[in-house]
Design a protein around this ligand. Structure first.
Ligand SMILES: Nc1nc2c(ncn2[C@@H]2O[C@H](COP(=O)(O)OP(=O)(O)O)[C@@H](O)[C@H]2O)c(=O)[nH]1
Ligand SMILES: [Mg+2]
Length: 382
């Protein structure tokens, strides 16, 4: 009987196929289980009012590597391209309406609606709505007048930006310590990778402190950038005290006489303790190594967050006395205009702007170029 049911080569193949199917299914179940656990843990630890839970962004950022450069574009062209969404969704519509000679009263509601989608603060929108009929009647291009209006709101804060932010020049005063803060997924690690690359390219010696000890993946992500940029990174075990890592990083930068020490931080914590308290502690600890460190505390803001970014910025500023802002993801957001309200409210300038994931997609925030790209006024793309 048994010999009658002995398997033929075809049967063996079928049995093997069934085994492969079972193994794959089992593997997928385990993977799915691990993944759902991870999501659960991050949600349980959500104790900060200022955090944004963006698991999709997190998953993406865990595997992120610098995106290879596909095309050679000047920074202005990159900025103009990156701001296309906000320009087309908001300012092109405003321009169409106000370039009609007589701005009828009933247009006000339509304009108001469009301007709110740009995430300008209600106060700025109201003021601008009062001005727009004048702009459309006066001589000259109405959009240029909108530009002057927006410029007047932020130019005093922007004038405070120190030139040495952008140009490295060797000095003997020891490392300049830059602490980077922001909620999860805002773009801190990516921005640090870009900055370290830029400073290194200018001939600076850079040390990076991996103080986001919440996830091992965050440290690995930073490591990819640091290796590419060929800069030193100070790290600790997952779950280590972030202040300790910051202390070690600044000490290392001092010891090797580095020019910059850039500190990455967490946007959420392992414990239920307050994120702001932890960051304030990290900030303070650095001054034990270098008395006036950190010399700069920069908040990374995701443009997609719009007006919520203002609330985040206020909270960070209260606890950490920010010296500047970095506005990321202006590409892919219709809310890049919220930068104007944030700078006006905080009186803290934007130092850098990010319009993509590549190292070339971060550059100096130039108010004039930003407003031109935002409003579509002129494009010096060369
Ligand atoms: N499109 C776009 N994506 C960005 C920009 N900056 C960062 N990202 C992406 O945003 C995600 C989160 O960035 P990450 O640096 O990990 O944020 P962190 O949690 O604040 O450290 C990653 O996928 C980055 O590649 C930007 O300017 N534009
Ligand atoms: Mg990070």
């Amino acid at each position: 009987m048994l010999s009658n049911i002995a398997a033929s080569p075809v049967d063996y193949a079928a049995i093997a196929a069934i085994f492969v199917l079972i193994a794959t299914t089992f593997g997928n179940i385990i993977l799915a289980h691990k993944k759902s656990n991870k999501t659960k843990i991050t949600k349980e630890d959500d104790s900060q009012s200022v955090e944004i839970k963006d698991d999709a962004a997190l998953e993406k950022s865990e595997s992120v590597e610098p995106v290879p450069l596909k095309e050679e574009l000047s920074w202005n062209a990159r900025l103009f391209k990156g701001m296309a969404r906000t320009r087309n969704d908001v300012w092109a519509k405003v321009s169409n309406i106000i370039s009609g000679n007589n701005l009828a009263e009933e247009m006000r509601d339509e304009l108001e609606e469009i301007l709110f989608t740009a995430d300008l603060s209600p106060a700025i929108v109201d003021e601008l709505l009062d001005e727009l009929p004048k702009f459309s009647q006066e001589e000259g291009e109405p959009l240029v007048k909108v530009k002057e209006f927006l410029q007047s709101k932020v130019s005093s804060a922007q004038q405070n930006v120190k030139k040495e932010f952008y140009e490295f020049s060797p000095n003997s005063n020891g490392p300049k310590v830059i602490m980077i803060v922001g909620v999860n997924g805002a773009g801190k690690t990516t921005t640090i990778g870009k900055l370290a690359t830029k400073y290194k390219a200018q001939g600076a010696k850079v040390v990076v402190g991996a103080c986001d000890t919440f996830r091992a993946a965050a440290v690995e992500q930073l490591e990819v950038w640091c290796k590419r940029a060929d800069v030193e990174m100070v790290r600790a075990e997952e779950g280590a005290d972030p202040s300790g890592v910051a202390f070690d990083a600044v000490a290392k930068a001092k010891e090797i006489n580095a020019d910059y020490c850039i500190i990455d931080t967490a946007g959420r914590l392992h414990t239920k303790s307050n994120l702001m308290d932890e960051l304030a502690k990290t900030k303070k600890v650095m001054s034990k190594v270098i008395p006036d460190a950190p010399h700069e505390t920069l908040l990374v803001l995701d443009a997609i967050t719009g007006q919520n970014a203002l609330r985040q910025a206020e909270e960070f500023n209260k606890s950490l006395q920010l010296s500047g802002l970095i506005f990321t993801k202006c590409d892919g957001s219709a809310k890049a205009g919220s930068a104007v309200s944030i700078v006006q409210n905080l009186g803290v300038p934007i130092i850098y702007i990010g319009v993509g994931e590549n190292v070339e997609d971060l550059d100096i925030f130039d108010l004039d170029a930003y407003l031109n790209a935002l409003l579509g006024i002129e494009s010096k793309l060369a």
